[in-house]
Design a protein around this ligand. Structure first.
Ligand SMILES: *Cc1c(COP(=O)(O)O)cnc(C)c1O
Length: 464
């Protein structure tokens, strides 16, 4: 017995029905509630004993359809929480082809590495990095950061054996950077958190002072991690300032551009992120502002030699041959920690080919101008108050309550999420709770923002 369908024509029919249900989900992304909590009854239905025998494809398809309403809601145009991409139906085609190919993209001689390398060449070109730049499509920015900082760590450990390495980043940096320091054995405490200025950008004078202090104490500064699009407020560090400093001090310059690197596509903001061309390594996500379906992150490394040196230590059974299936120029396992890897690059390739870079740039530009629109609406309302500058695509504000503003603004956000109308999130800015609206969604319209503001004003009035 194999696991292939006993009745292929029947399976084909079921698969087509599943495709229709999937397309319906995306075609109707604007309809209905943004987020619906998983009902207790569904949780109970899922909690079954280990299946001993199987069910029919038709039964399974019905079960799959029954869970589909309970995603996080990020395909809906009024999902404003954290930073999530909305995805695109074009990805469904790539996912189908990819599932059928079932390619392991850790290595060997097949079309997977060919497409992944093409996507990396495009990414390097977009960011202004050299054509020799190497990279991988990763699960996300977290993994891309670990990969990039391992290359940096290995370079400095080789050049300074036994040294105590320390790195630097701004106070607004995402937690994945500290986690990478931890995972790589550099130590969480070896990441210095440098204060930010009033625009939430890393302070270069404080950074220089911290480096000087560490050097004076006999430590070995090795890396500076800048941020393009800080997760709280969307701030953009001074990339040229950081690149100059890294050049002067001989430090590795890494940038977390998880969502913000997409700003390179924007006519209005690109000038602020042109410094991406100067990084030693960059981590960013295709699954956020680029709208590729989860997961699709990316790591780019300027120096292909150092990149390979850090990871290429293949044992005999993974030997590289000139010809045959064990051949092929590029094995991803020589450039990152994973051997078995899904064909994520196929989604990115399909996405970029289907839409073209101009359409993605238009989405980015529209979201940036929507953030300015929302900022203006907040400023025009007496009851609302902006809590941070709007540098990119994130607006942090609150309802101006006289008493318990933090509790009440948090209440508004939870009530909004549970109402199904919209899903912003919260953050804390200078000890104040902010309603945080992130715009990385190609389906969002200004009218969605009006709906959000109107609902907040109404809810705020009731809580006063
Ligand atoms: C989302 C995000 C990350 C983490 O990326 P994942 O793809 O979720 O691993 C890191 N930094 C910033 C600024 C982010 O927005």
């Amino acid at each position: 017995m194999t696991l292939d369908p006993k009745d292929w024509p029947a399976f084909r029919k079921t698969a087509h029905a599943m495709l229709d249900a999937s397309l319906d989900k995306m075609e109707n992304a604007r309809e209905g509630r943004v987020w619906t909590p998983v009902p207790k009854s569904l949780k109970a239905e899922i909690n079954t004993p280990l299946p001993q025998g199987g069910i029919s494809p038709e039964q399974m398809q019905a079960e799959l359809e029954s869970i589909m309403p309970y995603n996080p809601g990020n395909i809906h145009p009024r999902f404003f929480g954290w930073v999530n991409g909305a995805g695109a139906p074009s990805n469904i085609l790539a996912e189908m082809a990819g599932a059928a190919m079932n390619a392991n993209c850790g290595g060997r001689n097949h079309v997977g590495p060919v497409i992944e390398q093409q996507v990396i060449r495009w990414a390097a070109q977009i960011m202004g990095m050299p054509s020799e730049t190497t990279g991988l499509i990763s699960s996300g920015t977290s993994m891309a950061t670990v990969t990039a900082l391992k290359v940096a760590r290995d370079k400095f450990q080789k050049d300074h054996p036994g040294a105590e390495l320390v790195g630097y980043t701004g106070a607004q940096t995402h937690s994945c950077v500290r986690r990478a320091f931890d995972l790589l054995g550099i130590g969480k405490e070896a990441l210095r958190e440098i204060p930010c200025d009033e625009n939430f950008e890393i302070r270069l004078d404080d950074l220089q002072a911290a480096i000087d202090k560490d050097r004076a104490e006999g430590k070995t500064p090795f890396a500076v991690i800048g941020t393009v699009g800080a997760v709280n407020v969307g701030a953009i560090d001074d990339l040229d300032g950081l690149a100059d400093l890294c050049e002067k001090e001989g430090l590795w310059f890494h940038v977390d551009g998880a969502f913000g690197a997409a700003a390179i596509l924007s006519e209005t903001v690109a000038h602020r992120v042109k410094g991406l061309a100067r990084v030693d390594s960059l981590a960013f996500d295709f699954h956020k502002w680029w709208q590729v379906n989860y997961e699709a992150g990316c790591v780019l490394i300027r120096d292909p030699y150092l990149h390979r040196l850090s990871f290429a230590n293949r044992p005999e059974y993974l030997r590289h041959d000139e010809d045959g299936l064990a051949g092929g120029d590029f094995w991803a396992v020589d450039y990152g920690p994973e051997l078995s890897r899904s064909f994520r690059a196929l989604k990115v390739w399909t996405h970029l080919k289907t839409h073209g870079i101009d359409a993605i740039a238009e989405v980015v530009e529209r979201n940036i101008s929507q953030a300015q629109y929302l900022k203006a609406r907040v400023e025009a309302e007496e009851k609302l108050e902006l809590l941070a500058p709007v540098a990119l695509n994130i607006v942090c504000f609150r309802y101006n309550f006289k008493y318990e503003p933090n509790e009440k603004n948090a209440r508004i956000v939870v009530d909004l999420q549970e109402s199904g109308l919209a899903a912003p999130s919260t953050t804390t800015i200078d000890h104040e709770t902010a309603i945080r609206v992130n715009l990385t969604n190609h389906r969002t319209r200004e009218s969605d923002l009006d709906m959000l503001v109107d609902a907040i004003l109404e809810m705020g009035k009731e809580l006063e």
